[in-house]
Design a protein around this ligand. Structure first.
Ligand code: AMP
Length: 396
């Protein structure tokens, strides 16, 4: 298979799909440049070999054509500093002027195209639009994992115009390697830690993990659907009434497969959904009427930590409580620290999904876990066992 390391880029023009969908503040300054930094190694590799790079990305969700606040021009100073080179900018991602700029590009130069989503053809996966993106380039590199589960023009369709010259950038390669490590040939015991608000978002991934994991830890808001399904009192905690049967099925399936399903045994409950709410710690199935569980309790933390400490492979997706609020972050923070400790002792840990990534960053543990995935939805779908169109377009 072609890779960014075995392909000769000298004198070639590479069109690279990157994920520069970065947060901008009200002065259009980039408040978190992680995604720009993540693309840099692939870009630098090509430039260093005497190739040139045409970068394409989306930014935000523009509705109808160009909008100042979604312009990729805001990214230029950051990109320029990270790469240590001047960035040329095309104010349209397709069209004759852009094509001229692509043609004029010299080895070692970088051209950034304007936001792909200023054209609705991008998300529609329009073939003609993809063909225009491909024009003037010799090779296609996909370095945007976060959109690999979408069959968009720039993430999937464009690949067909480069039958012998297409590959993943380093970022997708790293993502695939770390997910494959979890899914195939993971060292045992393998523990999956699932949290977050809703069971409905995580059903498929939980089902797929039943086939692979030794331990399945459940925390966060979705706990209560399981607890209610088992006859517990959950007060006004989050609950998906229409998923009670499913929760019972999952519990039965875990038993069947010999997977240890660990639910919290206690929790911190609040009288309202506010940081300043009155709180108490109760048994998980004895949440008083009118109170809601917003974090796992100390006994659950201890129980979960013991299992994590024994694990050799760990997947973490979703917080254990409402960690955005100071008073309900203890469970999430403790679990994050336990995963970091297990990693220091030799476990392989993969953290993915928007909120668990935010938690790892909040507690400065990014370098203390093995891999932090950049693609929430794409990672979930891959681990659910789905074939991602952006991956298939290159792997075939
Ligand atoms: P998700 O996007 O499904 O991973 O869910 C993340 C969100 O779940 C975060 O914003 C948390 O605040 C929220 N969450 C976690 N635990 C609870 C809980 N016990 N009750 C309500 N929301 C929760």
């Amino acid at each position: 298979m072609q890779t960014i390391d075995n392909y000769g880029f000298t004198g070639k023009k590479a069109i690279m799909r990157v994920d520069f969908n970065v947060p901008l503040n009200d002065k259009f300054e980039v408040s978190d440049d992680t995604r720009i930094r993540a693309a840099a190694p692939s870009i630098s590799k090509i430039l260093g070999e005497g190739g040139s790079v045409i970068l394409m990305s989306h930014l935000g969700r523009p509705k109808e054509g160009p909008e100042e606040k979604f312009s990729l021009k805001h990214v230029i100073p950051y990109l320029s500093e990270i790469l240590g080179t001047e960035i040329k900018f095309a104010t349209d991602c397709i069209g004759s002027e852009t094509l001229e700029m692509k043609k004029a590009l010299k080895p070692g130069e970088v051209l950034l195209l304007e936001n792909l989503r200023f054209y609705k053809e991008e998300t529609k996966g329009d073939e003609e639009f993809a063909g225009k993106l491909a024009e003037g380039a010799d090779v296609y590199v996909n370095s945007a994992f976060g959109t690999a589960h979408r069959a968009h023009a720039s993430t999937t369709i464009v690949a067909q115009f480069f039958p012998g010259d297409r590959m993943f950038g380093y970022l997708i390669n790293d993502e695939l390697n770390s997910m494959d490590k979890i899914l195939h040939g993971s060292e045992k015991p393998f523990t999956a830690v699932m949290g977050g608000a809703k069971v409905s978002d995580k059903i498929l991934i939980i089902e797929n993990l039943m086939e692979k994991a030794d331990n399945l830890i459940i925390g966060g808001g979705m706990t209560y659907t399981f607890i209610k399904a088992m006859g517990g009192n959950i007060g006004s905690s989050l609950c998906e009434e229409d998923k009670l049967d499913l929760a019972r099925d999952l519990i039965a399936k875990a038993k069947d497969k010999g997977v240890q399903l660990l639910l919290p045994v206690d929790n911190v409950v609040a009288d309202k959904f506010e940081n300043e709410a009155a709180t108490q710690t109760t048994s998980i199935d004895e949440v008083p009427e009118g109170w809601m569980g917003l974090d796992i309790g100390p006994d659950s933390i201890q129980k979960f930590n013991e299992v994590i400490a024994e694990s050799k492979t760990i997947l973490w997706n979703g917080p254990m409580g409402v960690f955005e609020m100071e008073n309900f972050q203890n469970g999430t923070k403790s679990i994050a620290l336990a995963i970091a400790d297990a990693t220091a002792k030799g476990a392989f840990s993969l953290v993915g999904g928007g909120d668990s990534v935010a938690a790892v960053n909040k507690y400065h543990l990014k370098d203390k876990v093995s891999y932090v995935s950049t693609g929430g939805g794409a990672m979930l779908e891959y681990i659910e066992g789905k074939e991602l169109p952006g991956i298939k377009a290159i792997r075939g």
